[in-house]
Write a new protein. Structure first.
Length: 134
């Protein structure tokens, strides 16, 4: 019986340590607030103001493209566990007006002040992006 008891203790310890790592993840409520996109080309920017209602995400913000245009943006999406899924509609009302374009963001909160994920724009252009909470 001793080997079984040792195996049980080892298994429970392993499970406890794996569950403990989730305790360090920031609460999803940390998503609420103002965020700025990092690593932008000089002259470009994207800012979000996000609110949560249950697992639904909504928000507004603004964007600008280097030497081109800019305008307001709107956000709708959801959270599921630690995953964040957002659809961002960007309106070009400053500079060269154009039809709205869209960004889909899938990411996670790395910390209470860093959001990281992948953005995919109309036409399939995508890349890894980071946001910092103001």
């Amino acid at each position: 019986m001793r080997p079984i008891s040792a195996l049980l203790v080892f298994t429970l310890a392993a499970l406890a340590s794996s569950c403990g790592s989730d305790a360090t993840a920031p609460p999803i409520s940390a998503l609420e607030g103002s965020w700025s996109r990092l690593d932008e080309i000089p002259g470009s920017s994207e800012q979000w103001s996000i609110a949560l209602t249950g697992d639904a995400v909504s928000g507004t913000g603004s964007w600008s493209g280097e030497a081109c245009c800019g305008g307001p943006l709107s956000i709708v999406g959801s959270v599921s566990g630690d995953s964040i899924h957002l659809n961002v509609t960007l309106a070009a009302t400053v500079g060269n007006p154009a039809p709205d374009h869209h960004e889909h963001f899938d990411g996670v909160l790395i910390s209470s002040s860093e959001l990281r994920g992948k953005s995919t724009f109309d036409g399939g252009v995508s890349g890894t992006v980071r946001f910092h909470k103001q």
